[in-house]
Design a protein around this ligand. Structure first.
Ligand code: GRF
Length: 199
C-alpha cells in the first residue's frame, strides 16, 4: 500500500502512521509527505524518517491571480508522480476541489476531529468542547472518511467516540481526541489495505 500523506501542522498523525509501519503493525510505505506550510513540524518528522517531502504552498497561485483548481491540478500532478494507492489528509487545511479529487477516485481519506455530521470545517475540537459546556453534546469523537467535494461529509471508514468528563479542560479533551486520532488513522489504512488486497 503506497501512501501519500498531506499535512499542514505538527504531523502527530503522520507520526502515528510512521510508527505503525516501523513496528510492523501497518504494511505500507509512505512515498511522499506534502505540506502547504513550510513551517509544518510534520516535514521534519518526514525528513527524520527518510521520507521524501514536498512543500507546495497556495500563496504563489493566489499572488499570481491563478484559479484554485490550477493549484489543485498541479498538486495532483505532483502526487500522481508517486503512484499512490491512498492519499491521507492528516491535518491538511485546504479544501480539495473536484479538480484534485476526480484524479484519485475513492483514494482520498481525511481525518476529522469530530463525529460524522457534527462540527464540519475547522476548529472541531474547541467547538465540540464548547457545545458540551452548553449541554448540547454528551461527548466528542473523531473519524476517518472518504473525501468528497462536500466538506467532511464522505462515507465514514472508522470513527471513535471520545468521552468528555465534567472536570476536563479543553487541553485534556484535545489530548484524548489526538490519542483517538492516532488509533483510527492507522486502523482506517489497515481496513482499506485489507479490503483492497486479495488475501
Ligand atoms: C488533528 O486534530 C486533525 O483532526 C486536525 O488537525 C490536527 C492535525 O494534527 N484537522 P497533526 O498535524 O496530525 O498533529
Amino acid at each position: 500500500m503506497r501512501l501519500v500523506v498531506l499535512i499542514s501542522g505538527s504531523g502527530s498523525n503522520l507520526q502515528a502512521i510512521i510508527d505503525a509501519i516501523d513496528s510492523g503493525h501497518l504494511d505500507a510505505k509512505i512515498a511522499l509527505v506534502v505540506s502547504n506550510r513550510q513551517s509544518a513540524y510534520g516535514l521534519q518528522r518526514a525528513d527524520a524518517a527518510g521520507i521524501p517531502t514536498l512543500y507546495f504552498p497556495l500563496k504563489p497561485y493566489r499572488d499570481a491571480g491563478q484559479p484554485r483548481n490550477l493549484y489543485d491540478t498541479d498538486l495532483a500532478d505532483q502526487i500522481a508522480l508517486h503512484t499512490p494507492d491512498l492519499i491521507v489528509l492528516a491535518g491538511w487545511m485546504h479544501i480539495l476541489s473536484p479538480a484534485f479529487l476526480n484524479r484519485f477516485p475513492r483514494q482520498v481519506i481525511n481525518l476529522h476531529p469530530a463525529l460524522p455530521g457534527t462540527f464540519p470545517g475547522t476548529d472541531g475540537i474547541r467547538r465540540t468542547y464548547e457545545a458540551y459546556q452548553r449541554g448540547e453534546v454528551e461527548h466528542g469523537g473523531c473519524m476517518i472518511h472518504y473525501v468528497i467535494p462536500e466538506v467532511d461529509a464522505g462515507d465514514v471508514i472508522v470513527k471513535e467516540i471520545v468521552p468528555i468528563e465534567p472536570g476536563d479542560t479543553l487541553e485534556q479533551f484535545e489530548e484524548h481526541i489526538h490519542a483517538a486520532e492516532h488509533r483510527i488513522i492507522v486502523e482506517a489504512i489497515r481496513l482499506i489495505a485489507g479490503a483492497g488486497s486479495a488475501k
